[in-house]
Design a protein around this ligand. Structure first.
Ligand code: PDD
Length: 285
């Protein structure tokens, strides 16, 4: 079955979807997006993803083209029309099509695009052995809480990881840990789980929230606070989280082992709890 996508009110095969070259998403990267994991054909944490979408739209002063109920209906439909019980929905809203001018055009319609493909979560080996990460200066803009389609900074940073044979690039700004090129970052030191606070320098990750909720519920020692670069480099454990990576242990940083170079005890506990949580939520849905 060819992938079926949604574009501006219609479902169609991916190959048939076209946008005009003057779309501001293409010309300026003027748009926002969401990635929503789907387990057993049910979107995970949908209300939270829709809330973040609204936050991103507000952040770029763009009206939400659809009510939450309409988004929910569309997502159900796109999941039903595509293969696989576990999928990953990608949706994007841009400011629309207009003659090129930096200032916002008046009276144009947003472009709405959605697709859904098979969800690929980390391979068993990555979970068991952990992954490599490198570090870099966070040179992105100061609105990283907006899930903007202008991802050139993130793409450049992620390619640095690929070039180094690593999975992620962990970022520092002004001596502090922010996040990674496409995930949030947690650190463990002396049994305490440390998380950078949510602010304009990081994407408010949905998985980050799930991990913190589980950690609080299971009475982990948790501190949400600024983490210095030195603390991150001296960590016993480092984790990266995202909707598609779920929770992964970083076992080498810039080629040096993190802790003893194997996924740590707290990681193994959190990974198992995360899987249980997913299963329970989906069963209850
Ligand atoms: N990225 N930080 C950044 C910069 C990200 O791009 C992402 C996710 C996250 C984690 O957010 P969440 O837990 O809500 O997935 C943090 C998605 C998956 C992507 O761009 O494909």
């Amino acid at each position: 079955m060819s992938e079926i996508v949604y574009l501006n009110g219609e479902f169609m095969p991916l190959d048939a979807a076209r946008i005009p070259v003057l779309d501001r998403g293409f010309i300026f990267g003027d748009g926002v997006y969401e990635v929503i994991p789907v387990y057993s054909r049910r979107p995970f944490r949908l209300a939270e993803h829709l809330r973040r979408l609204q936050h991103s739209l507000d952040g770029i002063r763009l009206a939400n083209p659809l009510a939450d109920a309409a988004w929910t209906k569309l997502m159900r439909e796109i999941v039903a029309r595509n293969d696989g019980d576990d999928q990953s929905i990608y949706l994007q809203v841009t400011r629309g099509v207009a003659r090129r001018d930096h200032a916002f055009p008046k009276n144009i319609k947003q472009t709405v695009f959605m697709m859904s493909g098979l969800l690929t979560t980390p391979a068993r080996e990555q979970i068991d052995k952990g992954v490599a990460a490198i570090t870099a200066a966070d040179f992105r803009w100061l609105k990283c809480d907006v899930k903007s389609v202008s991802l050139l900074g993130n793409c450049l940073l992620r390619q640095m990881a690929v070039d180094a044979g690593a999975t992620e690039t962990i970022l520092f700004r002004d001596g502090k840990l922010t996040e990674a090129s496409a995930s949030n970052v947690f650190v463990v030191k002396n049994g305490v789980l440390l998380a950078p606070p949510k602010n304009n320098l990081v994407l408010p990750g949905i998985t980050y929230d799930v991990v913190l909720e589980i950690a609080h519920a299971r009475e982990f020692d948790v501190e949400v606070r600024d983490i210095s670069e030195a603390e991150a480099r001296g960590a016993d454990e480092i984790w990266v989280t995202s909707s598609t990576k779920e929770v992964l242990a970083v076992t080498t940083l810039d080629g040096k082992p993190v802790g003893d170079g194997a996924p740590g005890m707290l990681f193994r506990r959190m990974h198992a709890l995360y899987q249980d949580y997913k299963r329970d939520v989906m069963r209850a849905a």
